[in-house]
Design a protein around this ligand. Sequence first.
Ligand code: NDP
Length: 328
Amino acid sequence: MATTITITGAGGQIGYALLFRIAAGDMLGADEKVRLRLLEIPQGMAAAEGAALELQDGAFDLLEHVEVTDDPAVGFDGCNIALLVGARPRGPGMERGDLLAANAGIFGPQGEAISAHAASDVRVAVVGNPANTNALIAASHADGVPAERFTALTRLDENRARAQLALALDAPVSGIRRVAIWGNHSATQFPDISHATVDGRPIETALAERVGDVSAWQETTFIPRVAKRGAEIIEVRGSSSVASAASATIDHVRDWVHGTEWTSAGVVSFGEYGVPEGLVSSFPVRSVGGRWEIIEGLELDEWARARLDASVAELVDEREAVRALGMV
Ligand code: NDP
């Protein structure tokens, strides 16, 4: 049986970078056949249809079928994995409340369509921003689908953090583990290195030899660099990060399905680390038997606690804003 994967916003840039890697087996493995559903809004249909033609031309052994649609009932029919990429970008003069409202109008109906049409094992990864709150909205509209099947992508933040650590240490990124992203996928996120290791050695010890005062380096260099990396890419490249966002999406789903001992993901809180229940917050997680588990029992000092609390406060505000709209 092939896996059916639905990609919303499939005609957009991240969609274009995702489709071919999925078809090549990078997400689910070289033995797993895939069926792709490219879901778009009417304005995006031509771009998605063009991508579908190119998928044909890729002659991918693993690609069984491609369908392009602007009907969520068709797009999510039998879907095992939903990648919710399409979202309303912030327009000029748009307030955060307007952005949340516009996206609630997208992610609420998508949650309903997932509940009505997706396969019983559906897993959902939200990429479109504000990703955490969009995941919360979709989950709260998906009757009968366990809330823990809805996740938000913070893997790009983790990948960026590991890459910056590798640069600072002049070490291969592959040796850097146990970096945690806490909170919201936004500028308030907290990339935490206090449990991280390089080649099995505490990373803070290795960093001290390179940067001196590790606390100061985190505050002034590392955290701003990771949190503002998206803006840096826009400045240098002239448009937003696309291939790295697609690559992180692949990493997120691959690890969810195939398992990992440590990564970070936006998952629903059941009160872990004092994060209010029901919020979709990033935590360090492991994946066992195809399910995310929050890694519990990590020590957070006062400084780390304040960082996490600030990001969680933003998530609470976002939830209040969509509650006021009657969307959750
Ligand atoms: P992109 O494919 O570049 O981005 C899509 C979404 O991913 C945006 O919300 C963007 O957020 C988000 N994103 C998350 N992480 C990152 C990151 N690291 N870097 C950049 N973006 C990130 O947008 P396009 O405009 O090219 O494509 C969007 C497509 O979605 C269009 O084809 C549109 O028609 C479609 N769409 C589909 C909908 C649907 O299926 N119902 C609904 C709405 C749109 P941010 O804006 O913050 O950068």
